[in-house]
Design a protein around this ligand. Structure first.
Ligand code: R5P
Length: 289
């Protein structure tokens, strides 16, 4: 198998190739002055099984176009099988028509990826796993809780409690808690669909003197984590750490979390950021082998 690190996953793709012991094929790429993407494979791929590792953030629209261009080109150049690995899949939160007239964005994108010629699709902690049913090709969701859980376990936290800030991430919290050997639970979050304002409420957790690890699939504005962290600090938590699979971290997110009492924020390299201390490369290698 050949591994191709896409422009948005250069480090992660290289790690995947190294751990899997596969040949890596690099790309030439640039953005034209008008914003269009140019991509060229440096080596031939005819007759090969190819794993393309290309996440779809930041600049999700540009990254998605690159993903489609590459997938189609790989098939066109004779690749035997193309596995598209989008460690972070953009638009996954728009998985239904919440209000009349809305697009069901993730479904459209999955149709395009399959239409471009992907033979298999792999992602990590897709916002809602069931949306993969929009594919007719083989599609897999990998769980970063495996690597996040091991990371938290090795921190030897004091009387740890694993918290999901909403119902959506409860399975992540459960899986992490099993690895850490800790209690877990969840808050409930409501988001105003028009203003985006968040309210979090939750069962009484005795946080006093404990280390709290909040886990979520993604951190965007940091608002969800900030609200949950504030409640935990108000309840006497000695330390609040936040962990996410996809650190999108839009402008102001880190500051927002810090001022709400979050002592540390860490994420994986599904999105390569300054806090991506936990690698999903071993997980992806297992997923493709
Ligand atoms: C939503 O349900 C997700 O799981 C995350 O909780 C959410 O997208 C995080 O967004 P933000 O950081 O903007 O609160």
């Amino acid at each position: 198998m050949i591994v191709i690190p896409g422009p948005s996953s250069l480090n992660l793709g290289a790690k995947v190739a190294e751990i899997a012991g596969c040949r890596r094929v690099d790309l030439d790429y640039k953005t034209f002055p008008d914003g269009e993407s140019y991509i060229r494979l440096r080596e031939a791929v005819a007759g090969e099984a190819v794993a393309l590792v290309h996440t779809t953030f930041p600049q999700q629209d540009k990254r998605l176009i690159e993903l489609l261009l590459l997938t189609d080109a790989l098939k066109d150049m004779g690749a035997k099988k193309v596995t598209v690995i989008a460690p972070y899949m953009a638009y996954a939160r728009q998985d239904m028509r919440f209000r009349d007239g809305e697009t069901v964005s993730i479904k459209t994108l999955f149709k395009l990826i399959e239409g471009a010629g992907a033979d298999q699709f792999i992602t990590v902690d897709l916002h809602k796993e069931s949306t993969l049913s929009a594919f007719t090709i083989k599609a897999k969701n990998l769980y970063a809780s495996e690597v996040i859980g091991k990371y938290i376990r090795d921190l030897n936290l004091k009387s740890p409690y694993i918290l999901s800030p909403d119902k959506g991430a409860i399975m992540i919290a459960k899986r992490v808690a099993e690895i850490v050997g800790a209690e877990y639970g969840n808050f409930e979050k409501a988001r105003d669909r028009i203003t985006g304002a968040i309210t979090v409420k939750g069962e009484r957790v005795d946080a006093s003197g404990r280390d709290i690890a909040i886990v979520d699939d993604m951190i965007s504005t940091g608002g969800t984590i900030a609200s949950a962290a504030k409640m935990m600090k108000d309840r006497g938590a000695s330390r609040v750490m936040a962990f996410c699979t996809h650190p999108l971290l839009v402008a102001g997110a880190r500051e927002r979390m810090k001022t709400s009492g979050v002592d540390e924020v860490l994420g994986t390299d599904t999105v390569e950021s300054e806090i991506s201390a936990i690698s999903v490369a071993p997980l992806i290698v297992k997923g493709i082998s």
